[in-house]
Design a protein around this ligand. Sequence first.
Ligand code: SF4
Length: 194
Amino acid sequence: MKSVMQTNFVPMTKEELNAKWTNIGNYFRANSIWMLMYCTGCCAIELPQAMTSRYDMERLGMGGPMATPRQADVILVTGYLSLKTLRRVIYSYEQMSDPKYLVAFGSCPINGGIYHDAHAVINQLDQYLPVDLFIAGCMPKPEAVMNGFQDLITMIEEGSATGWKDYHANFEWYKQNQKDAVGGEVFIHDEFHE
Ligand code: SF4
């Protein structure tokens, strides 16, 4: 006589299944972060130390730098941002595909830093683009940069690096601030070849 195996298998609901796939996706995203090669200010000088043998950020799965925004997961704003550069950073950020992350280095993107009263430099980057993580300091040491990257990895894995969602949800607000700052629409097309 055949025996029938009894199991306590309970099929997952669609929501539970989606949550599982999201967690798996976040795990792989967190361990394979490609960054865009785009440096704006003097904080960028800390990146070579973070990349090379002493700190070796590649062991965290952080690769690149990528030459185009379309292949990158994270854009690093490494210090002060002039109005002219802000336009290019917006242009680059919008070319990246979702999910995407923005990390800002130094005091300049937080409150303008030593350029807080300069007419050509923005004071608060998060008024124009969603910042997932600020790494404080002027300039932040490589240890701080590495801690920041580890925090970003944790945030991605937990699903709390959601600046890109915030950008979609508050798109009109960001656009208005961008227009007020740069004096007109930041058109997302190939403005360099018109
Ligand atoms: S925070 Fe300091 S080191 Fe970084 S861009 Fe500003 S002035 Fe330069």
